[in-house]
Design a protein around this ligand. Structure first.
Ligand code: SF4
Ligand code: SF4
Length: 221
């Protein structure tokens, strides 16, 4: 079938390059990459082709669910089926390229997709619904930078205090990790670090710290 598309070759190459960066050795999550490819493709789509208009939207919705920890067991099969249908019936290069790259990502990184769906776990600690974010109170200098950037108002702290993340409010967007100059904020997978639940004086938590709340707590059992 002859495919006609107004999207430039350069833009299509960019999608392919994006997919190439995914992998555990590069620290780039293949599932998030598939989501970004769907998202970028939708932005570029002129919406004239059925596969491009409706198919890409389906990719986006399914991958959005998976990256947010709402993936279902049947989603991988569904995505692969969608890839085949779009590749077979695509009337534009954009939808064909998007489907090809997502299909490759799934087949090359099946374990990552399964982990996201079955264990709600992102090995690269990127996908919001598949990891958590924590502050190491012993490293926090109380700068308050993380509080300023948090879009969910999920960080408690104040002048002279180390900060604490309220897990029930945190959306794991990782924005606070990027601004913490002390390297005190880290993502976590299945094993969560222990820490205080309320802010306290900087330096009062961690090995060697004295006073109430000082010292690392051990996990029970
Ligand atoms: S966690 Fe980092 S950014 Fe937040 S207050 Fe502590 S040192 Fe500053
Ligand atoms: S990960 Fe995002 S939502 Fe969670 S505390 Fe950091 S900035 Fe706030």
């Amino acid at each position: 079938m002859e495919r006609i598309c107004s999207v430039t070759d350069e833009a299509l190459k960019d999608l392919i390059e994006l997919a190439k960066k995914a992998g555990s050795d590069t620290g780039v999550c293949p599932v998030e990459t598939a989501f970004l490819i769907a998202e970028e493709s939708i932005k570029m789509s002129c919406g004239k082709g059925v596969m491009c208009r409706d198919g890409l939207r389906q990719f986006y919705l399914i991958l959005e669910d998976i990256t947010n920890g709402r993936g279902k067991n049947e989603d991988i099969e569904l995505l692969l089926e969608l890839c085949s249908i779009i590749k077979e019936c695509a009337d534009c290069d954009l939808s064909y390229t998007c489907a090809s790259e997502i299909e490759k990502l799934i087949n090359d990184h099946m374990e990552d997709f399964e982990l996201h769906i079955k264990r709600k776990s992102c090995k690269n600690l990127i996908c919001p619904g598949c990891h958590t974010v924590h502050i190491d109170a012993s490293k926090c200098t109380g700068s308050g930078e993380c509080i300023k950037v948090c879009p969910a108002d999920a960080i408690k702290g104040g002048a002279g205090l180390f900060s604490v993340i309220v897990q029930s409010k945190c959306t794991a967007c990782n924005k606070c990790i990027e601004v913490c100059g002390a390297g005190a904020i880290k993502g976590a997978g299945a094993v969560k670090p222990q820490g205080p639940t309320e802010p306290a004086a900087v330096g009062s938590w961690g090995a060697g710290a004295g006073g109430e709340g000082g010292g690392r707590r051990r996990r029970r059992g």
